[in-house]
Design a protein around this ligand. Structure first.
Ligand SMILES: [Zn+2]
Length: 67
C-alpha cells in the first residue's frame, strides 16, 4: 500500500499515482503538475480532531453546569 505522503493526483489527467520524489511525475501523461494528497487530507483530519475536542469541551461544560 502507498503511504499518504507519496500519493499525488495529476492536475492534467486526474490520474492518482505514487511517487516518492517531490514533485512527482505522472506515469500516464508525464506531467509534473501533481498535487500531493497529503496537503488536502491532513487539514481535513485536523478539522475532525478540532471538532472532537470542541464536542468534548461542550460536554464537560454541560456536565459542570448540571452539578
Ligand atoms: Zn497525468
Amino acid at each position: 500500500m502507498a503511504k499518504l505522503h507519496a500519493v499525488w493526483i495529476c492536475l492534467d489527467c486526474e490520474e492518482v499515482y505514487t511517487d516518492k520524489r517531490d514533485p512527482g511525475t505522472c506515469p500516464v501523461c508525464g506531467s509534473r503538475a501533481g498535487w500531493p494528497l497529503r496537503r488536502w487530507v491532513h487539514p481535513a483530519l485536523n478539522v475532525r480532531a478540532a471538532h472532537i475536542v470542541k464536542t468534548r469541551m461542550m460536554e464537560a461544560i454541560a456536565e459542570e453546569a448540571r452539578v
